[in-house]
Design a protein around this ligand. Structure first.
Ligand code: ADP
Ligand code: MG
Ligand code: ZN
Length: 202
């Protein structure tokens, strides 16, 4: 696994993806921490739409925090990038536009290490925002899994627990849970939901 120090010399695009609760933010924080130990200047950005927690941190579900800069749109990343930054972290990348793909290419071609974390699929199981293109052009890709909250198997899907039909409904534990392919039900209304697989297979 990539630890630190890769950015010296050549740039790279690393993508961390998976469903909600799979540890994307934890993994992003881990890589950035190691880069800092390697004395590389890091900067982290997240889209302004994710206002679940404090605006100046990226926060994992277990309350790990890391200072970051919220940005309203992709080009603000370029505007706020310091000259001596070597490693750029971007969390919740699925909320950016497709112009994020070009930006990541540009930064990596300049010799920066770009680490992008985001949901690969939305609540319907469809590719989310710029993520499919980012997965394709990544130099390094990690697809993380969570634990299915119905049966305990490996989860690759984010189950929405409300009947809201917008693609972007920002929320944490109460509105979403991780599910495996068998237990995932994009048409869910909570009442109708019955596990298709027996509990506790861990
Ligand atoms: P992500 O950024 O992918 O949404 P986080 O890094 O914020 O994930 O949080 C991952 C952490 O969430 C795990 O280390 C674990 O402690 C916790 N967690 C809560 N529910 C689950 C679940 N269903 N599967 C795996 N981890 C979970
Ligand atoms: Mg996260
Ligand atoms: Zn399951």
């Amino acid at each position: 696994m990539i630890a630190s120090g890769r950015a010296i010399g050549g740039g790279v695009i690393e993508v961390i993806c998976g469903p909600m609760f799979s540890g994307k933010t934890e993994e992003l924080i881990r890589r950035l921490r190691l880069a800092r130990i390697a004395k590389q200047r890091t900067q982290i950005f997240k889209p302004g739409v994710d206002d679940r927690y404090e605006s100046e941190h990226i926060t994992s579900h277990i309350e790990q925090k890391y200072l970051c800069t919220p940005v309203k749109e992709t080009r603000a990343i370029l505007e706020k990038l310091a000259d001596n930054t070597r490693v750029v972290g971007i969390d919740e990348a699925q909320f950016f536009g497709n112009d994020l793909v070009e930006l990541c290419e540009k930064l990596a071609n300049r010799g920066l290490r770009v680490i992008v974390a985001g949901l690969d699929q939305d609540y319907l199981g469809n590719p989310f925002g710029p993520m499919p293109q980012l997965l394709a052009i990544a130099d390094d890709l990690q697809k993380l899994k969570a634990v299915c909250m119905v049966c305990g198997a490996e989860a690759t899907k984010s189950q929405r627990l409300t009947e809201d039909k917008d693609q972007v409904v920002v929320g944490a534990g109460e509105q979403y849970e991780a599910r495996c392919r068998v237990c995932f039900d994009p048409d869910l209304s909570l009442e109708k939901s019955t596990p298709k697989r027996p509990m506790a297979r861990v």
